[in-house]
Design a protein around this ligand. Structure first.
Ligand code: NAP
Length: 230
C-alpha cells in the first residue's frame, strides 16, 4: 500500500473468510506493512460479532495505532435460512440474525477500532458491504434481510465518517462492494456465474482504498473504484 507510511499496521476482521484471507495474504506480502493482524472467531485474539466484550478485548490487546482496518466479516445464509424471495419468507429471527452480524457487529467494530486510527495521520476503516444493499440500485427486490442489513451498514458508515472527521481529519471510512467473489458465501447462489477470485477482489479493493482521499470519507465504492448510489 503506497498511501501509508512504512511500517503501517493493519487489522483484518473476518480473516478466515474467502475475501478476508486474501486481504491478509496480500498485506503479509506488502514490504511496506509492519504488522497485519487477522481476527475472527478462531484467531487469537478472537472476535465474535455477537459478543461485544470480545471486540473490546481484541481492540485493547491490539492497542497502539491501526492505520488500516478492513472488516471482511459478513453473513448471507446457512442451512437454517437462505435469502428471502418474497416478503412471505421473512422471519423475525432470521432478519434479526442478519442485522446482528451485518450491521450491529460492524458498528461495534467501528466503536472499538476507530479510536485506534491515528489522530494526525492517514487512517482507513473499510467495511465490506454489497451492491445489493444499495437502495437506489435495487431493481429486483427479494433478499430482504440481507439487503436491509447492508443498507443499515451503509448508513452506519456514513454517520461514523462524519463523527470520525471531527477528531481525525485524515481518516477515511468507506463501504466497499467486492464484486461477486468465489467464496463459501456466494457458492449456493452464484456457482454457475462468473466470479472473481478472492485474491483478485482483495487486490482491487486495496487499490481502491489506497486511492481514497479524506474528502471521500463516508462513501460507497465498488471494486473497480466506481461510486455506488446509496
Ligand atoms: N462473496 C461475494 O460474492 C460477496 C459479494 C458481495 C458482498 N460480499 C461481502 O463480503 C464480505 C466477506 O464475504 P466472503 O464471501 O468472504 O464470506 P465468507 O467466506 O463466508 O467469510 C465470512 C467471514 O465473516 C466472519 N464471521 C461471520 N460471522 C461472524 C461472527 N459472528 N463473528 C465474527 N466473525 C464472523 C467469518 O469468520 P468465522 O471464521 O469466525 O466464521 C468469516 O471470516 C461479507 O460482508 C459479504 O457480505 C461478498
Amino acid at each position: 500500500m503506497k498511501s501509508f507510511k512504512k511500517g503501517y499496521r493493519a487489522v483484518i476482521a473476518g480473516s478466515t473468510g474467502g475475501i478476508g484471507r486474501a486481504f491478509l495474504q496480500i498485506l503479509h506480502n506488502d514490504t511496506n506493512c509492519g504488522e497485519v493482524i487477522g481476527l475472527s472467531r478462531s484467531t487469537t485474539p478472537h472476535i465474535d460479532l455477537l459478543d461485544e466484550q470480545t471486540i473490546a478485548d481484541a481492540a485493547q490487546q491490539i492497542g497502539g495505532e491501526v492505520h488500516l482496518f478492513v472488516d471482511a466479516t459478513g453473513f448471507l445464509s446457512d442451512h437454517q435460512a437462505g435469502p428471502e424471495k418474497s416478503l412471505r419468507a421473512i422471519t423475525p429471527e432470521n432478519m434479526a440474525r442478519l442485522f446482528a452480524i451485518n450491521a450491529t457487529g460492524p458498528a461495534l467494530l467501528m466503536k472499538h477500532f476507530i479510536p485506534l486510527l491515528p489522530r494526525e495521520e492517514r487512517g482507513i476503516f473499510a467495511t465490506l458491504s454489497a451492491r445489493v444493499g444499495s437502495i437506489g440500485d435495487n431493481r429486483l427486490g427479494g433478499w430482504h434481510s440481507y439487503r436491509a442489513s447492508k443498507a443499515a451498514l451503509n448508513m452506519l458508515v456514513r454517520g461514523a465518517a462524519i463523527e470520525a472527521s471531527r477528531t481525525r481529519k485524515q481518516a477515511v471510512l468507506t463501504a466497499l462492494h467486492p464484486g461477486t467473489v468465489k467464496t463459501p458465501l456466494s457458492e449456493p447462489f452464484a456457482a454457475d456465474r462468473p466470479r472473481l477470485a478472492p485474491e483478485d477482489a482483495a487486490a482491487r479493493l486495496l487499490a481502491v482504498i489506497d486511492a481514497l482521499k479524506p474528502e471521500q470519507s463516508g462513501s460507497f465504492h465498488a471494486y473497480d473504484g466506481t461510486e455506488i448510489p446509496w
